[in-house]
Design a protein around this ligand. Structure first.
Ligand code: PHE
Ligand code: ZN
Length: 857
């Protein structure tokens, strides 16, 4: 069934108050729900309550049991005569059989919930849609030994113990959330949990008690998350004027979780990988990710909870904006330039391919079959780019005025993307009429840029043109508004020839004339990646090398280097060889530049991924790309070997400190280690192995392991075994062990990954584990695309098995198989055959069916 945006209708009934009573038990939990409902639509409309997987044990209206209710599909339909009633239902659910991890489920002995997007209906009957906002009172009763801690949304209320004649001691706790909220923000947790407590006083003086709840054994790894939470709370006050609004803020970490984390009101529930960190088990990258996700979920309290989405087509209203907010937060904690580089890399790795493939959809989609499939890089990351473009066009002061207006006007309501844009427009006076096309048109725009300079004439002419490619269901596109920051530099002097200007390209083509340009100009365009587009320019290798050394915008400098590398790799992949000199000189210059910080250098000297090179080719040839990249890497490694050694020897401080400076140094050192290994230097494996053994932190240990895993030195197996044994029992760390092997560049990776799928520590039941092996494997261009189709078959087998347990996670891992159009006829046929095999599986989930069938079209 297809749900369409144009079919949106306001709810026929509202539910201002809910009382939920849980008798918790892993095998059989009783849920009694008391809904105060009020009519919001036409007389005669019955009350329709969503359900999934359960049946009503009883239904009463205004205290009287009724029997004229009926089930339509999984909806419970209750005929109601008046305008306000109290409807009570009772159901029984089985958390320990819930392998989908939606609704109420068990994770390692903890009972927890996940309701976004449509999980609440798996707990009780309810109008499970985001525009029905209710005040919740929750009572939980449970075995006091097994579940000593009982948490829910809002503020804690009464507690007590109970002697009801059942074995063991049972206790209960009540929670009340004063803020009306949609059902997808409901949460409860019951378990044997320890807490890391903190406090935060808001700027108007509210004392908030903070708690990070984990298993006792994990308590020592929660300080970083707690710090990040406090920093986020202060940041949102300072940057957006947003203050926290309850007396408590709790976070619970669980090991089994479909996504990163969930912003339930006052009770965030996290995938433990985004909470737990200490130097021995978490990398710098993990520390960054924890801070970013803690901030993201916290920021949702305003952009998501206080103001929610009217319907799921508006998902980017909360997600795009909140990603933009967490990106700003992370940029403020360290190097903003490096953060921007990382965010653009993520966009290009995850969103550009989505926008260019069968699953392309607008930031505000028009239709879906399964909403879980729309928690995508387009909604999140491209959505954030849309906010960023508007912020660029408005400038910081007007943008802040716009967000203030939005928070003020829509507080306590379920809003739309249009509401947000209209607030920015009203507060700034900037006309965003044409900009709105970004919400409706899918596909990554392409901008061609060509700069000419009349000999001696002093006039430079920049010709710009845009083209938005066709995407599924959208053959013809209108021109978009593309905010392009640009600047000209003099090729001889290296000095800027113009100020930076912001060009709004809103026509199919435009010409910009620069007068009095006294020397040959070089174009720096889309600085800071001001628009999420693909720029096609005719800049020479020399000009790109020049920009990589002289541009004053750090992102543009990085970008020039990437483009230079990309052009070289594309030439290498197509022609079998290429001229590496320009890249080698540019990398040498970057390594030698004393003014650059290590983190930036590390980013700049890394080659674009194989996948990104493939995105530039008409037909992707994974083997040719791999060869071209290895050849350039090898040459870079050998010809600059002395510099890599120098970079490697600039060892960061011991003991480990997580700070922007130390992080950058570790990063550069580990990039240097990778190059030393690629140089074929006889001592490279020994260096890596020594680092592996001596490291006092996971960043260095993992980097050394990865280097060894990509090669075939005898140290490889020794390190793998040592790593495995050292971290046996720690799933989060074993994920790194699986992932390193799944991403390995070795020829035998496909077979090894198939063997690892039967390793005792591997299980499809845990989403992190599935992603670390199956997800990583799907991203390994050469291994996954092995010409005999073994990679495709393996992925399809795994997805079919995973779909029976956890459809959401299975569907998330499908996209690599859908990229068949980009490959040669042989691979395309093999990929299609696997998609067809998946689609034909009887009883396939709606999640996997939607993704696989769309991918076949
Ligand atoms: N809303 C969550 C976030 O982005 C993501 C999420 C979606 C988590 C669906 C679980 C289920 O913060
Ligand atoms: Zn979010």
């Amino acid at each position: 069934m297809v749900i369409r945006r144009e079919d949106y209708r306001p709810p026929a009934w509202l539910v201002p108050e809910v009382r939920l009573d849980f008798d918790l038990d892993a095998a059989a939990t009783r849920v009694r729900a008391r809904l105060s409902v009020t009519r919001n639509g036409a007389d005669g409309e019955p009350l329709r309550l969503d359900g999934a997987g359960q049946v009503p044990l009883s239904v009463t209206v205004d205290g009287v049991a009724i029997d004229d209710w009926r089930l339509e599909g999984e909806q419970l339909v209750v005929p109601l005569a008046g305008a306000a009633h109290v409807v009570e239902t009772e159901v029984e659910i089985a958390p320990d059989h819930n392998t989908q991890l939606m609704g109420l489920y068990a994770s390692g002995g903890i009972l927890c919930t996940q309701c976004e997007a449509e999980g609440f209906r798996r707990i009780t009957y309810f109008p499970d849609r985001p525009d029905v906002l209710s005040r919740y009172t929750v009572r939980m009763t449970a075995d006091a030994a097994r579940y000593p801690v009982l948490l829910a949304n809002g503020d804690p209320g009464a507690t007590g113990t109970l002697d009801d004649g059942r074995p063991g001691i049972r206790h209960w706790a009540e929670w009340h959330d004063p803020f009306p909220k949609p059902s997808y923000l409901f949460a409860l947790v019951a378990g044997d949990l320890a807490v890391n407590r903190g406090s935060f006083t808001t700027r108007s003086g509210r004392a908030v008690e903070l708690g990070i709840w984990v298993r006792e054994a994990d308590l020592a790894r929660t300080d970083h998350a707690l710090d990040a939470l406090k920093t986020s709370m202060a940041w949102d006050e300072r940057v957006y004027g947003r203050e926290y609004d309850l007396d408590v803020f709790n976070i619970v970490a669980v090991d089994d979780f479909n996504f990163g984390a969930m912003e339930n009101k006052g009770l965030n529930i996290f995938n433990s990988r985004y909470i737990l960190a200490d130097p021995d088990t978490a990398t710098d990258y993990d520390y960054d990710g924890i801070a970013a996700v803690v901030a993201h979920e916290y920021f949702h309290n305003w952009s998501g909870n206080r103001i929610t989405c009217r319907d799921w087509f508006q998902l980017s209203l909360k997600e795009g904006f909140t990603v933009y907010r967490d990106q700003g937060f992370s940029a403020d904690q360290g190097s903003a330039a490096v953060k921007r580089i990382e965010d653009v890399r993520t966009l290009r790795a995850a969103q550009f391919p989505e926008d260019a493939g069968p699953l392309a959809h607008p930031v505000r989609p028009d239709a879906y079959q399964e909403i879980s499939n729309f928690y995508t890089a387009t909604i999140y990351n491209k959505g954030a780019e849309l906010i960023r473009m508007m912020a660029t066009m408005l400038g910081p002061v007007a943008f802040r005025a716009g967000t203030d207006l939005y928070f003020d006007r829509f507080d306590g309501t379920a809003a739309t993307c249009e509401d947000f844009v209209a607030c920015l427009e009203e507060a700034s006076g900037v006309d965003l009429t044409q900009f709105r096309r970004w919400y409706g048109q899918a596909g990554t725009p392409r901008v061609s840029a060509s700069l000419s300079h009349g000999a001696g004439g002093g006039r430079a002419t920049l010709r710009l043109a845009q083209r938005v490619p066709a995407t599924p269901g959208q053959p013809d596109k209108q021109p978009m508004v593309l905010p392009l920051r640009l600047r000209l530099f003099g090729a001889e002097t290296g000095r800027p020839l113009t100020d930076e200007q912001l060009v709004l390209l809103d026509q199919p083509a435009a010409t910009i004339v620069f007068e009095a340009v006294t020397e040959r100009p070089v174009l720096s365009i889309n600085r800071g990646f001001s628009a999420p587009v693909i720029v096609e320019s005719d800049r020479s290798a020399a000009d790109l090398a020049f920009l990589s050394a002289h541009d004053d915008d750090p992102f543009a400098r990085y970008e020039a280097m990437q483009q230079l590398m990309l052009d070289t790799l594309v030439a290498g992949a197509i022609e079998g060889s290429a001229d590496y000199d320009a890249v080698i000189d540019a990398v040498a210059n970057t390594l030698d530049d004393p003014d650059l910080d290590a983190a930036f250098v590390a980013e700049a000297v890394m080659l674009p991924s194989e996948a990104f090179v493939g995105d530039q080719l008409a037909v992707v040839d994974p083997d040719a790309i791999f060869r071209a990249r290895e050849a350039l890497r090898g040459d870079l490694a050998r010809r600059l070997e002395a510099r890599w050694r120098l970079a490697y020897d600039r060892a960061p401080a011991v003991p480990y400190v997580y700070s922007p400076d130390q992080k950058g140094r570790r990063r550069l050192r580990n990039v240097a280690l990778g190059y030393l290994a690629a140089s074929g230097a006889g001592d490279a494996a020994a260096l890596a192995f020594a680092q592996f053994g001596a490291a006092d932190n996971m960043t260095d240990r993992q980097a050394a392991l990865t280097t060894l895993v990509n090669g075939d030195a005898p140290e490889r197996d020794v390190a793998l075994a040592a790593f495995h044994d050292r971290y046996a029992g720690n799933g989060l760390v074993l994920d790194k062990w699986f992932q390193a092997q799944a991403l390995s560049a070795r020829d035998d990776t496909t077979d090894r990954v198939a063997a690892l799928a039967t390793h005792p520590a591997f299980t499809l039941a845990n989403p992190n584990r599935a992603r670390s092996l199956i997800g990583a494997f799907g991203a390994n261009q050469r291994a996954f695309h092995r010409a005999d189709g073994a990679g495709y078959r393996f992925l399809a087998d795994q997805l079919i098995a995973l779909d029976r347990l956890n459809p959401q996670t299975a569907a998330k891992l499908l996209p690599p198989l859908g990229r068949w159009r980009r490959f040669d006829a042989g691979r395309a046929a093999l990929m299609r055959a696997e998609l067809a095999r998946i689609v034909a599986v009887p009883g396939l989930s709606r999640d996997l069916f939607e993704q696989a069938s769309k991918s076949l079209e």
